[in-house]
Design a protein around this ligand. Structure first.
Ligand code: SF4
Length: 822
């Protein structure tokens, strides 16, 4: 009984979504309606949608299906007998369509736009495509059997059905485009017999020219498909597969007389492929040509003997061994996947694009081009909006309700009052410092409890504020709060590597860039002042995890004399225009202590900007009191000095109305707020970081930097391949307005500082590791100003990353271009 009721409820909700979609699509079209619009029209929560439809395309297909069912049923009335001519049947079909759309005008826009939608969709398995196929089959079914013998060049019934569907759709489209003055939709006076007679010579010519018609993406050549199969078939990479892909390379390598000869042979092949692809007459799609160019650059980097020296590994030797059938057991599937994709790339066997660009093709111009381009952009906008709808943000009504309930539960557990909750000192007094403490405020899995216990036993700092604990969900399996949990609960690998090495490393080489205690300097005009060495809660992947104390640990504030020495040192370096006051989190100092430090910084005549690094807007927003905002704002002297705050919001689900209020208060006092995002696995799904940027801007926070996670061994679980970060910048962030994607993607090079990832000139791919990780050589920012050594760093293996995404329900094929970002 219970099961029946649940099923009925499910059915009712699904129907409500369908009805809402139909209503909105009829009014605004497919592109003008977001999933949020539909759930709101149906008076349902945003998250409900994906319980009933896998994607927006599945919903469109369901709406289409309803309309097509009715249309196809209408064919059935008075269907012509088998002796009727194709022309007579076609005429009836035209009339039935006309009648149907008169009676059901709400379907017209959906039918029209759904075809456009498919133009740029993936070839297979698309539910909308299946619906149109069913429609064409129904038309074929309607045509008389005599059509099997055909007319004119006698095409089969299916061809005529496709032709008729196209003619009807064309007439409908032009009626839609030209509007009221376009005359009757299907003039009954059309002489179908004559029309077909005239068309048949065209049909003959097309048939004769068949081989010359360029291949469409739907009919991609075999090599193209094999590239994409490589992506869906993640677990099947090995030496044999690589050798089979690189047959010509195997011949070159087998015939080489020495390693140096093999190097030269492959280099020649790479240069030849690059040159040929850019030669006149080469038919590679303009947009795919760059893959060959980029792979050529990558191969040159991998093949060079200098790269082998720098990285301590020879990719060339592994390929020579593979060609000669020598097994190298230490080479992982991820290694072979990299090599395989690099061969696909340089050999021009990857096609991410097919057909002509719609709006920018020479055949369209003016308003016509603009309309087509605009429809194309609407489609991209719809794709973006579908992806973003998957990530619930913390400002939604559902999240607010959930968190209000969590807050009440925590207050009751801690015997606190609402007023106390808003008191930042009360929050500090109740920081959870172990699994029992956090488990009393939030629902933890057994595994999470165990890991927190292990962290405590091993002396790894740990702490979570009650406010932040209220952001945890009751149902961790729902996956909304995965980034929040990952922020504070250490993963097993972190704990194990900590144990192995009895401590974690100073990855950024802070010791080597600290000219005096409390100061770090990596740049000409900026210095970091770290007077306070603790935070209200501890981020697992903190850059300074090797030196940060337990939350609020005594002695974390540097002695007055030490701070004075640091200020004196700053006063002797007038090149420094900006001082970043961080730690630790300086905003958990009292207003008085903070003022004493900031006053000293502000007294330096050459300091034009004071930057405060803090996570309190996210972990303890009640700390941003009116008095604190006033104090910070008092350091702003227009024309002389500014002050700003840099925070770290990691995921849209971390946002809350309290955070928004804190940011507004700061801005009211002239203190702008910027965000530094660490691009970890937990915010790396398609459009997840883009959703965060949009949200931040709405909250008054400017995206500032997006960091590649530091290459520290213990934080390996957080890392994503650099290629994914670049892909996100080019394929997701790029779709946002410039004012929402103000962040710069950077790799923090130990001792040297930020390397700007959007400039490929700043790095070279030089090798692979046996585990498939890419090895890059990063150039120092001052490379053309002063001499400085480069830095060699390892990445995270792409194949492993894709498999991990797959394990959380992502489709690796939706990330397929990742292999071609270097
Ligand atoms: S708030 Fe900053 S300094 Fe403190 S633990 Fe987190 S990352 Fe480290």
């Amino acid at each position: 009984m219970m099961g029946d009721r649940l099923e009925r409820k499910k059915e009712t909700t699904r129907n409500a979504l369908l009805r809402a979609a139909k209503r909105l699509y009829a009014q605004h079209g497919l592109y003008g309606v977001s999933i949020e619009d539909i759930t709101s029209e149906a008076d349902l929560g945003k998250g409900t949608f994906y319980n009933h439809f896998k994607s927006r395309e599945e919903l469109i297909a369901a709406v289409l299906q309803e309309g097509l069912d009715k249309l196809i049923t209408s064919f059935g009335k008075e269907s012509p007998d088998d002796s009727a001519s194709p022309a007579a049947s076609s005429r009836i079909l035209f009339q039935r369509h006309l009648q149907f759309f008169r009676e059901h005008p709400e379907n017209l826009l959906v039918f029209h736009q759904a075809r456009g939608w498919l133009k740029m969709a993936k070839p297979d398995g698309n539910p909308i495509r299946q619906e149109f196929k069913r429609y064409v089959d129904a038309i074929a079914e309607f045509l008389p059997v005599s059509t099997e013998g055909g007319f004119g060049r006698e095409p089969p019934r299916q061809t005529l059905a496709r032709f008729l569907a196209g003619a009807i759709a064309g007439a409908l489209s032009y009626d839609f485009i030209l509007g009221e003055n376009s005359g009757p939709l299907f003039p009954d006076a059309i002489e179908f017999e004559n029309l077909f007679q005239r068309l048949s010579p065209v049909s003959n010519r097309l048939d004769e020219q068949q081989p010359a018609v360029p291949a469409k993406r739907d009919a991609a050549p075999e090599v193209v498909e094999s590239s994409f199969y490589a992506i869906s078939d993640l677990s099947d990479w090995n030496q044999e597969r690589f050798v089979a892909i690189a047959e010509e390379w195997r011949s070159l390598l087998s015939a080489a007389s020495s390693i140096e000869d093999a190097r030269q042979q492959l280099l020649n092949r790479v240069n030849q492929r690059h040159f040929e692809t850019y030669s006149d007459g080469n038919e590679t799609h303009e947009s795919d040509r760059v893959i060959v160019r980029d792979c050529a650059r990558a191969w040159r980097g991998l093949l060079h003997s200098r790269s082998e020296r720098l990285s301590g590994f020879s990719v060339l030797t592994t390929m020579v061994d593979a060609a000669q059938g020598v097994r190298r057991s230490n080479l992982s599937p991820a290694f072979w996947a990299e090599l395989g994709h690099l061969v696909y790339g340089i050999e021009g066997r990857v096609r991410l694009h097919g057909g002509d660009s719609l709006a920018l093709s020479a055949s369209l111009a003016g308003r016509e081009a603009a309309l087509v381009r605009s429809a194309e952009l609407d489609r991209l906008g719809a794709v973006m909006s579908d992806w973003m709808a998957r990530y619930e943000d913390g400002l939604s009504a559902e999240a607010a309700n959930r968190r209000a309930a969590r807050r009440h539960a925590i207050l009751s557990r801690l015997a606190g009052e609402e007023e106390e909750w808003r008191d930042w000192r009360w929050q500090l007094r109740h920081i959870a410092r172990d699994a029992e403490g956090l488990g009393g405020m939030a629902c933890l899995t057994q595994d999470e409890r165990k890991r927190i216990d292990t962290a405590r036993q091993r002396g790894i700092p740990f702490g979570v504020t009650p406010y932040y604990a209220s952001l945890f969900d009751e149902d961790p399996g729902a996956g909304r709060d995965h980034a929040i949990r990952a922020q504070v609960v250490p993963p097993q690998y972190y704990l194990d590597s900590f144990k192995r090495r009895r401590g974690v490393e100073d990855f950024m080489g802070e010791m080597d860039t600290s000219p005096v205690d409390l100061i770090t300097r990596r740049y000409v005009a900026i210095a970091i002042l770290k007077p306070f060495n603790t935070c209200p809660q501890i981020c697992v992947y903190c850059q300074r995890n090797w030196e940060i104390n337990e939350p609020l640990e005594k002695g974390s504030l540097a002695a007055k004399g030490k701070i004075k020495e640091a200020i004196d040192w700053l006063s002797e370096h007038p090149a420094i225009h900006e001082v970043l006051v961080t730690g630790g989190d300086p905003l958990i100092l009292s207003d008085g202590r903070l003022k004493s430090i900031l006053d000293q910084v502000a007294s330096l005549p050459h300091v034009e900007r004071i930057r405060v690094g803090t996570r309190t807007p996210v972990t303890l927003p009640m700390r941003i009191t009116p008095a604190l905002a006033r104090l910070l704002g008092s350091y702003r002297i227009p024309g002389r000095r500014e002050i700003c705050l840099v925070t770290h919001v990691e995921h849209p689900y971390e946002a809350t109305p309290e955070m928004v209020r804190a940011v507004s208060l700061l801005r009211t006092h002239g203190v702008p707020v910027y965000n530094q995002l660490v691009y970890t696995f937990y915010v790396s799904r398609r459009f997840e970081a883009a959703a965060l940027r949009r949200l931040l801007r709405r909250c008054g926070i400017d995206p500032y930097y997006t960091f590649y996670p530091k290459g520290k061994e213990e934080t390996a679980d957080y890392r994503v391949p650099l290629a994914r970060m670049l892909q996100e910048q080019k394929e997701e962030a790029r779709l946002l307005p410039g004012l929402a994607r103000t962040d710069e993607a950077v790799y923090n090079v130990p001792r040297l500082g930020k390397n700007y990832l959007n400039s490929w000139q700043h790095r070279d791919l030089i090798s692979l590791r046996p585990n498939g990780a890419r090895v890059y050589e990063f150039h120092p920012w001052e490379k053309k100003i002063t001499p400085q050594d480069t830095y060699v760093g390892d990445d995270a293996p792409i194949l492993d990353y894709l498999m991990r995404l797959q394990s959380i329900g992502e489709k690796p094929e939706e990330y397929e271009s990742i292999w071609y970002y270097f």
